[in-house]
Write a protein that binds this ligand. Structure first.
Ligand SMILES: *Cc1c(COP(=O)(O)O)cnc(C)c1O
Length: 387
C-alpha cells in the first residue's frame, strides 16, 4: 500500500496486510512456525528461523511503521524489550538525559539494570527545555522522553526537545505509548526513534503484551534488527496477530477514548470534591497549548486529586462498578487506580509529594463505554468513599 496516499484510518486497517496469496484469506495467518524450508543451502524465501523473522510479525511491523509515518518498524515481546533494545545502542560511559517522571519500568531498567553497566542517567523536568539543555554532558548520547507523562499528563515539546538532542549529536527517542500514533507522530516532529508498549492502546483489548520501535533511519533499524535477533525478545505469531487485530480499530477506539475522557475531565473540574484535574485537553492544564499543537486530540488518560485523605481516595477507587481497580491502561474497558499505594508505591512518600503526586491522586484510563455510565459510576463511588 502506498502510504502517502491514504489516511491513518485506512492504513490502520490495510497497511502491511494483503490477502494471503495462496488462499485469499483476508486476515494475516498466524504463522505458528519456527523454521523454514530452504531451496538450496542459504537460499530461502525470506525467512529462515522465526526469532529472526516471522511473516505474521512482518505484517505487524509494516502496519506499525505505516501508522507512525516511519520507514522501518520492529516488534518486540514487550514495551520493556523495545526500551532495552534502544539501550543496547549505548556503550559503558555514555550518558542519557530523561524525564523525572518516566514510566516506572523505564526508571527501573535505567537505574537497576543499566547503571550496573556504567551508563549514566540524569532525570530532569522535561517540560522545561532549559532544564533539558543544561542536563546535557559531553558523553550524552540519548534523550529519552514520554509525553503525555504518567500520571500527571505533563506535556513535553517534542520539536524543541529533539532540536536540543541534535545540537548535542545525541539521539532523541520518544515513548509514544500514551498518545498512540493516531494522536501524535514524533518522527514528524524531529524524533529519531519512537518506542511503543503495544500492550496498551495499540493492542487495545488488555489481552496481549508487546512492544515496537519505529524509525526512518536505516542504520538504526539494522541495529535494532541485530539486537532483536541477538537478544531474542521477539513476539510470537499469535501476539503479533492480536496486535494487528487491535490496530485496525485504533482510530475509532481513540476517538471514543478522547471524547469520553474530555467529558469526564470537564465533569471532574466542576465537581466540588475534586481539587485538581490533570487532562491536557483542559485549558487549565499547563501543557494545553503545546498539546494542541503537537497532538491531534488529547487522549484517554487523566488524573485528579480529591479533597480527601489517602484512605478516602482508596475507598473511592474500591467502590466503582464500571471502572475496574487495576494498573495498566489503554484497553476498551475503563480502569481506575491510585498511584500512591499502587503504580508509584516504590517512590518514597516525601519524594512522591515533591513530584506533585498527592496521596489522594487518582488516575483513570477512560474506556469506550457510554460516558454517562462512567460519570454515574464515579458519582456513586464519590458518594460511597467520601463522607
Ligand atoms: C506499559 C508501558 C511501558 C512498558 O511496556 P510493557 O509492554 O508493559 O513492557 C513502557 N512505557 C509506557 C509509557 C508504558 O505505559
Amino acid at each position: 500500500m502506498d502510504d502517502d496516499q491514504f489516511r491513518i484510518e485506512t492504513r490502520s486497517i490495510h497497511a502491511g496486510q494483503e490477502p494471503d496469496e495462496e488462499t485469499g484469506a483476508l486476515m494475516t495467518p498466524i504463522h505458528a512456525n519456527s523454521t523454514y524450508e530452504q531451496d538450496a543451502p542459504g537460499e530461502h524465501r525470506g525467512y529462515e528461523y522465526s526469532r529472526t523473522g516471522n511473516p505474521t510479525r512482518t505484517d505487524l511491523e509494516e502496519n506499525l511503521a505505516s501508522l507512525e509515518n516511519a520507514e522501518y518498524g520492529r516488534a518486540f515481546a514487550s514495551g520493556m524489550a523495545s526500551i532495552n533494545t534502544v539501550l543496547n545502542l549505548l556503550e559503558s560511559g555514555d550518558h542519557v538525559v530523561t524525564g523525572n517522571d518516566v514510566y516506572g519500568g523505564t526508571h527501573r531498567i535505567f537505574t537497576q539494570v543499566y547503571e550496573d553497566y556504567d551508563l549514566e542517567f540524569s532525570f530532569v523536568d522535561m517540560t522545561d527545555l532549559e532544564a533539558i539543555e543544561s542536563a546535557f554532558q559531553e558523553n550524552t548520547e540519548l534523550l529519552w522522553l514520554e509525553t503525555p507523562t504518567n500520571p500527571l499528563m505533563s506535556i513535553v515539546d517534542i520539536e524543541g526537545a529533539a532540536e536540543i538532542a541534535h545540537d548535542h549529536d545525541a539521539l532523541c527517542a520518544i515513548d509514544n505509548t500514551f498518545a498512540t500514533p493516531y494522536l501524535q507522530n514524533p518522527l514528524d516532529l524531529g524524533a529519531d526513534i519512537v518506542s511503543h508498549s503495544l500492550t496498551k492502546y495499540l493492542g487495545g483489548h488488555s489481552d496481549v503484551v508487546g512492544g515496537a520501535l519505529l524509525t526512518n533511519d536505516e542504520e538504526l533499524d539494522e541495529e535494532f534488527g541485530f539486537y532483536q535477533n541477538s537478544v531474542g525478545a521477539t513476539p510470537g505469531p499469535f501476539e503479533s496477530f492480536l496486535v494487528l487485530r487491535g490496530t485496525k480499530t485504533l482510530p475509532v477506539r481513540m476517538d471514543r477514548h478522547c471524547k469520553n475522557a474530555s467529558a469526564i475531565a470537564s465533569w471532574l473540574e466542576d465537581n466540588p470534591d475534586v481539587e485538581r484535574v490533570y487532562y491536557p485537553g483542559l485549558a487549565s492544564h499547563p501543557g494545553h497549548e503545546i498539546a494542541s499543537e503537537q497532538m491531534r486530540d488529547f487522549g484517554g488518560m487523566l488524573s485528579f486529586e480529591l479533597d480527601a485523605s489517602l484512605e478516602e481516595a482508596s475507598e473511592v477507587v474500591s467502590s466503582t462498578e464500571v471502572f475496574t481497580l487495576a494498573e495498566s491502561l489503554g484497553g476498551v474497558e475503563s480502569l481506575i487506580e491510585q498511584p500512591a499505594p499502587m503504580t508509584h508505591a516504590a517512590i518514597p512518600r516525601e519524594e512522591r509529594l515533591e513530584a506533585g503526586l498527592k496521596d489522594s491522586l487518582i488516575r483513570v484510563s477512560v474506556g469506550i463505554e457510554h460516558v454517562d455510565d462512567l460519570i454515574g459510576d464515579l458519582k456513586q463511588a464519590f458518594e460511597q468513599g467520601l463522607e
